[in-house]
Every structure is written in structure tokens, then in C-alpha cells.
Ligand binder design. Sequence first.
Ligand code: NAD
Ligand code: DAU
Length: 354
Amino acid sequence: MIIVTGGAGFIGSNFILSWLKEKNEPVINLDKLTYAGNPDNLSSVKDHPHYTFVHADMGDRQVIRQLLSQHQPRAIINFAAESHVDRSIHGPGDFIQTNIVATFHLLEETRAYFDQLPLEQKAQFRFLHVSTDEVFGSLDPHDPPFSETTAYQPNSPYSASKAASDHLVRAWHHTYGLPILTTNCSNNYGPYQFPEKLIPLMISHALKGKALPVYGDGQNIRDWLYVEDHCEAIMTVLDKGKIGETYNVGGLNEKTNLELVEMICRQLDHLKPASLPYSSLITFVKDRPGHDRRYAINANKIMTELGWRPKESFESGIKKTIDWYLNNENWVNNILNGHYRQWIETNYQDRVSV
Ligand code: NAD
Ligand code: DAU
């Protein structure tokens, strides 16, 4: 069996749903259920015989120790993190605590578990750390995309905390021989993404007739990957990745934020026409401090060495995503509670349109 941390979040829950569809192997989901963790994402599998949920912090050493000794997993996949750049700007403390300190505790307990495994189980065991392309910093328009050898230059508290966790994971391999794998992926989109992030935020605002807040000039570029393709990449790396190596994962699909928001508006005009085109709601607002200009991924290593490729085109992926949000308005409405409203106020109140 495997243990997944952070499986109630956006990518983790998509991963567990794919895992249970494709594999005949139990999975334990250990999640602290922060504001971003949502058990509803996994309601369809809550009684699945191969699914177990454990409500805990990955930094709780006693819980981790007990879980590892009881279940003897053959792998841990570490998704758990604080993941939103804007929140890291308003309050970096939780990012340091979870992404660095809790990852350290998880690594220490994993090392103690790994060290006492019999040789045969040792050879099978993997610790797969799910990371981000943001650790590489920002690209200029004509720079080559990030590769596995690009130097780390994180610019936000979020990316700095993820870079720190990548370094810890690397060191636990180099020094202690922990069999680690790391993936650095570009921006994901798809079902179950918390509506603080660009795509679900734009869809949910548009459907409510609210302003669509585009930061700065809207020319920042992200490389978008459909979440199920990311999940397939993680399964591929788990199966075939070389111990100690890192793999960049990307969508081969760079878009400016403005292009993306206009595309969402056009799809919504078609699927749910309103009295005015949705693009009339686009509002340019004050930029994110330290906003990285461009991310792009060179995914040649995972494609040539492990045979992974993204399957979803951006056109079909964004259509599926918008359809999902249109058919799951309750999922979004359940999130739009007091805490969420407070966050929207904190992040957007001083961003008057420019
Ligand atoms: P998310 O914020 O949607 O989910 C994070 C999950 O981790 C939540 O369920 C939360 O409850 C849980 N969690 C937080 N702190 C925890 C702790 N201390 N112990 C246990 N659980 C805890 O994040 P996501 O977008 O699904 O991202 C998952 C991972 O993938 C993160 O490590 C992120 O850095 C990385 N990543 C995300 C993207 C993206 O576009 N979303 C791209 C590349 C990499
Ligand atoms: O690149 C991978 C990263 O992608 C992950 O590591 C992060 O966990 C994930 O949150 C994401 O980070 P971004 O900062 O790129 O995602 P976000 O959805 O917050 O923003 C995408 C772009 O859209 C970014 O340039 C900022 C811009 N933006 C965002 C919001 C929320 C806006 O213009 N308006 C907004 O309201």
C-alpha cells in the first residue's frame, strides 16, 4: 500500500481518484484538513475498500510513526503543503511551518522506518516529493524553459519554502540514502481546485457577475497542465523514476493570464450566455508583489526517459474544467463561507482597479 499526504487538496484528491480507478492497491490519505483540504472531493470513494482517511498533521511524528509501523507502506507521496502564493505574501508563517518544518518531521520518521526495513522492502520503497516549477524563479520572454539543471531562484515565500523542502528531500537522499524522487510541475488546472486560484476564481466570479481581477498588465505567462496528466506523471515517476532524480513536468502550453481569462469568458458566453459578454467583467488590478513574469517547463527528461506525455489538449481540458464547475456549483458554494470571504477581502480590498 501507499500513503499520500495532502490527499484532500486539489491535486491529491485527483491523484487518489485516479489511483483507485487504475490500481488495485490500497491508499491511505493523511491530511490535516486546512482550509484547502476538502473531504467532499473524495466522497465518491469514502467507502472504497482500498481507501482510508487519517486526519492528522504530517508533522505529527507520533501519528506518522504509528501509521508507518502499522501499515508498512511501499511508498509515500508528499503532496501536503500550503500552496497559494498570495496567502504566502500575506502570512508566510504557515508556509515555513508546513512546507519546511513538517516536511522535515515527515522525512525523519520516514528515515527511521526505512532504516529498519528488510533488504527486499528497502529496495522497493520510495519517497516521492511533489514540488513546483516556481522554485526556479522567473523567466524572460525568450529564455529557454526550466530544465532539471536550472538553478533554484525562488522569489515568493511560497516558492522559497518549497525550494527549502526540495533541498531537505535531496539531502535526506544524499546523506542518509533515503530513496527519494522529486517532481517539479507547472500550473495545474481541473476539477476540485480551490477557488482562490486563477481559473476557478475567474469561473466563480463570472458566474456571479463579479469583477474578474487580472493582476498587473495580464501578460504574466504560466504553463498549464491538466491535473490528471500531472497525476499520471507522478504514477510514472513512482513506477519508473530513477532514485535520487528530479523530473520536470509541464503542459507544453504557455498562455498569458489575459489570454486565459478571455478564453474562459468565451467558453462561458457559449455555455451560459449572460446579458453582456463575460469579458466586460475583466478588471485590471494592482499587481502581486514580486510577481514572477513567466514560467515554462522543459519536460524532455520525463518524456524521453520515462515515456510520459500530457494527454489532454488545453482546449479540451479547459472545456472539461468549465463544465465541471458549471455542474458542481454546490461544491464551490460550500466553500464560499466566512473564512473564504475574509480571504477575498484581505487579498483584493487594496487592489483597486488600475
Ligand atoms: P492544495 O492547497 O489544494 O492542497 C494541499 C492539501 O494539503 C490540503 O488538503 C491540506 O489540508 C493539506 N495539508 C496542508 N498542510 C498539511 C499538513 N501539515 N499535514 C497534512 N496535510 C496538510 O494544494 P495543491 O494545489 O493540491 O498542491 C499539492 C502539491 O502540489 C503541493 O505540494 C504544491 O506545492 C504542489 N504543486 C501544485 C501545483 C498547482 O498548480 N496547484 C503545481 C505544482 C506543484
Ligand atoms: O507553477 C506552479 C504553481 O502554480 C504552484 O506551485 C502553486 O501551488 C499554484 O498556486 C500556482 O501558482 P500561481 O501563483 O501561478 O497560481 P495562481 O492561480 O495564484 O495565479 C496564476 C496567475 O494568475 C499568476 O500570474 C497570478 C495571476 N492571478 C491570480 C489570481 C488569483 C490574477 O491575475 N488574478 C487573480 O485573482
